[in-house]
Design a protein around this ligand. Structure first.
Ligand code: ATP
Ligand code: MG
Length: 175
């Protein structure tokens, strides 16, 4: 089946909760997977990727790229001697279009990596048949200072698309 799972929605009360969701995703994701992160400036996309990178045990600090659009974090050897997938972290904010995405040659790292694309919607879908879409929203109103990026619960909505994800229960991420 080429179905879409029904969306799973989670409330992330602080940045640690956003990182914890990223960490929880590490046990679900495997080499070859694509994650598309959507959300306004400051929604928490990089924060989530940091949690994922820490839990995947990859080299280097996951950061907001200033000049680097794509960064590969190779896997480090875990205590038990195993190694997981690499993490390829892409910030597509400044990408002009599909040509520029193609020029990053993500295809060549996709198979052995978990690839996360911030601002990837409408673009990165072309990379694989399957993808996990995560939307991060910061509802306005109700927060003491909605303009302070450190504040405000984020609502994460996860949707898994394609045969890779059939039968995989994302509600386990809610715990
Ligand atoms: N659930 C949360 N509640 C409160 N603050 C959060 C939450 N998640 C992340 N933050 C904070 O939001 C700020 C912006 O996060 P981050 O840089 O991850 O956003 P981003 O979506 O990657 O932004 P950009 O669009 O600029 O790449 C950081 O200060 C982070 O600590
Ligand atoms: Mg970011």
């Amino acid at each position: 089946m080429n179905g879409t799972t029904t969306g799973v929605t989670l409330e992330l009360h602080d940045a640690d909760a956003t990182r914890a969701l990223g960490a929880a995703l590490a046990s679900v994701l495997r080499a070859g997977d694509l994650v598309i992160l959507t959300g306004d400036l400051g929604a928490g996309k990089t924060t989530l990727t940091q949690g994922l990178g820490a839990a995947l045990h990859v080299r280097g600090q996951v950061a907001s790229p200033t000049f680097i659009i794509a960064r590969e974090h190779p896997p480090l050897v875990r205590e038990d001697g195993s190694r997981g997938p690499a993490l390829v972290h892409v910030d597509a904010y400044r990408l002009g279009g599909l040509d520029e995405l193609d020029a990053l040659d993500l295809d060549s790292s996709l198979e052995e990596s978990v690839t996360v694309v911030e601002w990837g919607r409408g673009l990165a879908e072309a990379l694989t048949e399957d993808r996990l879409e995560i939307d991060l929203a910061r509802p306005r109103g109700g927060d003491p200072d909605p303009d302070n990026p450190e504040l405000g619960t984020r609502i994460a909505t996860l949707r898994a698309i394609g045969p890779r994800w059939s039968g995989i229960d994302l509600t386990t991420l809610q715990d």
